[in-house]
Write a protein that binds this ligand. Structure first.
Ligand SMILES: [Zn+2]
Length: 295
């Protein structure tokens, strides 16, 4: 179902707020050398710390772990689940230490009461990343995030300023984490369907009225997805995401708004889905990659 985006990561953060806050870390283990992107402080520095806060930055999860030395003695365990990663909460963490290898198990956090979580990653491409830092801004992907689209300061004017003069397609703008945080391939398709706009429309071409429509679509689509995901168990979030989508990953199925057939076209390193009747005046978008191959 693709990468967890803002609503799913927010739901995971919410789940961890309920289950992990106030608990003491026994140990943290990396399933491979590649998964841990930092080396100072070491993972052993987490042992004995209390999880006091769980937050989300774009698609990053951030667990604040406070030590005994008082104010300023904070560490942040930050993770990005990438395309195929997931978090599995466990009440039955094995005593045996993790054996690094080819298993999908990327990382494990064990709490002193025997609960904890595994971060798993399916597939052969291993992109899941874990960082242990003193400040979340020490994580490069966090430091360069654009504004949070559900924050109060993400106004119509703020979006207008983001789009102005940008001669790139709106689909690419929406899923660029440096421009707006937390929206990926799935929710950018959903936002553009809700806004009834072509994914290929140039950002610089938006009129003030169109900016307002897009802003409304971003906020409504994400807010509804966050509401649907809230309280859903970590294990069930992927299914919840899938059932809430209208066009993303629905190629060949009827658009729930107009009944036209949802179509797919290649975009950057993947593909996007859209409804021609709702979004492109009934005209299918030309697949540039395909026509280039046919030349
Ligand atoms: Zn439609």
């Amino acid at each position: 179902m693709g990468m967890p985006e803002l609503p799913e990561v927010e739901a995971l953060a919410d789940f961890l707020r309920e289950h992990a806050i106030g608990r003491v870390v026994a140990r943290a283990e990396a399933g491979s050398f590649a998964v841990l992107k930092t080396f100072d402080p070491p993972l052993t520095a987490l042992s004995g710390r209390v999880i006091t806060e769980v937050s989300r930055h774009g698609k990053f999860l951030d667990l604040r772990c406070v030590g005994g030395a008082g104010a300023g003695d904070d560490l942040h365990l930050v993770t990005h689940l990438a395309r195929a990663g997931w978090l599995r909460w466990r009440t039955d963490i094995p005593e045996k230490p993790l054996r690094p290898g080819k298993s999908p198990l990327a990382f494990r956090l064990v709490l002193e009461d025997g609960t904890g979580f595994d971060l798993t990653e399916a597939g052969t491409q291993k992109r899941l990343a874990v960082y242990l830092v003193r400040d979340p801004a020490d994580v490069p992907g966090v430091a360069t995030l654009g504004p949070e689209p559900l924050a109060d300061d993400f106004t119509v004017d703020a979006l207008a300023a983001i789009l102005a003069g940008r001669r790139t397609q709106i689909k690419g703008v929406l899923r660029d984490q440096h421009i707006i945080a937390g929206i990926g391939n799935a929710y950018s398709d959903e936002v553009l369907h809700a806004a009834k706009m072509s994914p290929f429309k140039l950002a610089s071409s938006f009129t003030p009225a169109e900016v307002a429509v897009l802003h409304e679509a971003i906020v409504t689509t994400l807010t509804e997805a966050v509401k649907r995901s809230a309280g859903v168990a970590a294990a069930d979030l992927k299914g919840e995401k899938k059932s809430g989508l209208r066009v993303h990953a629905k190629t060949g199925q009827p658009c729930p708004v107009c009944g036209d057939t949802v179509r797919e076209v290649s975009f950057a390193d993947s593909s996007l889905q859209y409804c021609p009747t709702c979004q492109t005046g009934g005209k299918p978008l030309a697949d540039r990659r395909m026509s280039r191959l046919l030349k």
